[in-house]
Design a protein around this ligand. Structure first.
Ligand code: COA
Length: 481
């Protein structure tokens, strides 16, 4: 049995506790005082700008990125940084450039949409990174940049001689950010594209219908999703550098990025131990669960059951559908809308628990109603009574959507060789750092400008580097040899 503490000891303890808490108060007060000195929150911020919002530069003004990215994942990341105001210098292989310039070409002789839509607001310089003179130019650029971003196959950067040790020696403040297919482990040496990442990151095994094969999604969660993850890693490392003064490595592995986006499916994997996943329609159909999170068709990922339902015209229009969520708090309005008011009080339907085993039947009944209306009519009627739903919008509808044009999420851009085209602008809106979408660069368009203005090279030096062949494609005879 625990001994009772003598009263005296207890009193002494209370006294010293009071002393401690008094000290705490004093500490807090002095922290407050020094916080004042540091402009309000303890961080040493500059004086507040007096310029109107959106008129005092961009969020990443002054940050220079050496962009060694290609295809989609890396370019998505550096495009975002460019939209936030970083000076992004895209290093491309002379004569070829980013492979996507020539992929899925729709206008002969012009850069593809694949390239133009992923490389806005950047400058392009061509450098043969394996040429001795090219390596020298790269070292000079490393000294002038804050971040090197790359998404080459594993080992490719090292094979160029750009190891972490080398880069760090040339510029200890440099942040080196990479996308790779996998993090350290059995697959770290593998090349990876979008769908490989979707399959190895858990998305494919949990996408599709229960009685069908795994499916990949149209959203580029492996490429663009990982690019987003990397961008966050880079700005975070830049922020830490303001305190430590030194660079660091940033790695975003595509498998990790996809798994992060599939977080709720790993949640469900662990819930399986506790019994069937009752919100999955598989449960209402009486199909037993296996050992792994199953494919859930169009079931909602949260606790509110949802499904995709046909709307008027579905026989001819592949997108005449709506996503309908039977959110519990609006069950009453749902019953009124679909003409089943008795379901509001009928114990067989009145509670979420009672409805779970009948979800298929309930959604069939709601669909009888939605097929009498267009997807936009359903959306309007549901919104009036707060029922969450969303029409299935085609790419054509999104391209024509005037509200997306107004916010700059869909933008028309002019390009010297391909003319006008649509692109997705910056989806992240900052009120004090407004993004303008500028066309992607032509291959090597800014080579001279960068050598002159960023590296400060004189015309005779530039001419010498050019004649060495470090910035141009090898001549045909050299190639053959
Ligand atoms: N000068 C000279 N050589 C250059 C160069 C330049 N400016 N730019 C690139 N190269 C070379 C590289 O050094 C490499 O040569 P090496 O194999 O002799 O070392 C070569 O070009 C090809 O690079 P690599 O990255 O292997 O391209 P790939 O077309 O064979 O593979 C991927 C493409 C995307 C599969 C691969 O880069 C990859 O797995 N990347 C990481 C994951 C990723 O981002 N995937 C998503 C892409 S959207």
């Amino acid at each position: 049995m625990a001994k009772r503490k003598p009263k005296k000891a207890k009193a002494a303890k209370t006294k010293s506790a009071a002393k401690r808490s008094a000290r705490k108060v004093v500490k807090l007060a002095s922290a407050k005082k020094s916080a004042k000195k540091a402009n309000g929150n303890g961080l040493h911020l500059p004086k507040m700008s007096a310029k109107p919002y959106g008129k005092d530069g961009k969020a990443l003004s002054g940050v220079r990125i050496l962009d060694f990215t290609h295809v989609q994942s890396g370019p998505t990341c550096t495009q975002l940084l460019a939209w936030f105001g970083a000076d992004v210098i895209k290093v491309e292989r002379p004569g070829i450039g980013d492979i996507t310039r020539g992929q899925l070409v729709d206008v002969p002789g012009a850069d593809s949409l694949y390239f133009t839509m992923l490389n806005h607001n950047k400058r392009s310089i061509t450098i043969d990174s394996k040429h001795p003179q090219g390596k020298r130019v790269l070292d000079e650029l490393i000294k002038k940049c804050d971040v090197l971003v790359e998404n080459f196959a594993p080992g490719a950067l090292d094979r160029m001689g750009l190891t972490w040790d080398h880069i760090h020696k040339v510029n200890p403040r440099m942040i080196v950010a990479s996308v790779k297919g996998f993090g350290p482990g059995p697959y770290e040496d593998c090349k990876v594209y979008e769908n490989v990442a979707q399959c190895t990151g858990g998305a494919a095994s949990t996408t599709g219908f229960l009685d069908g094969p795994p499916l990949v999604t149209g959203a580029q969660i492996g490429d663009s999703g990982t690019g987003l993850h990397l961008a966050l890693g880079i700005v975070t490392a830049l922020y830490q550098r303001t305190r430590t003064g030194r660079g660091q490595k940033v790695l975003a592995a595509m498998q990790d990025g996809v798994l992060n986006l599939c977080r709720v499916k790993l949640r469900d994997q662990q819930r399986l131990k506790a019994g069937p996943l009752t919100e999955y329609s598989q449960y209402s159909l009486g199909i037993p669960f296996g050992e792994a999170t199953p494919r859930a068709g169009n079931d909602s990922g949260g606790g509110q059951p949802g499904w995709i339902l046909k709307c008027k015209g579905w026989e001819n229009d592949p997108n005449a559908y709506i996503y309908f969520i039977t959110q519990a708090p609006v069950w009453g309005p749902i019953c009124d809308l679909i003409g089943e008011p008795t379901w509001k009080t009928d114990p067989e339907y009145a509670t979420p628990k009672a409805r779970l085993p009948k979800l298929k039947q309930i959604f069939d009944r709601i669909e009888q109603w939605t097929t009498t209306k267009s997807k936009f009519e359903v959306m309007e009627l549901c919104n009036e009574v707060d029922i969450p739903c969303g029409p299935i919008l085609s790419m054509k509808e999104l391209a024509e959507d005037q509200s997306l044009r107004k916010t700059g999420t869909v933008v028309e851009v002019d390009h010297p060789t391909r003319g006008k085209y649509l692109t997705v602008g910056n989806p992240i809106k900052l009120s004090d750092s407004i993004s303008e979408v500028k066309r992607s660069p032509l291959l090597g368009e800014h080579t001279d400008e960068i050598l002159k203005n960023v590296l400060g090279l004189r015309p005779n030096v530039i001419a010498e580097i050019k004649s060495s062949g470090a910035l141009s494609a090898p001549k045909k005879e050299e190639k053959a040899a």
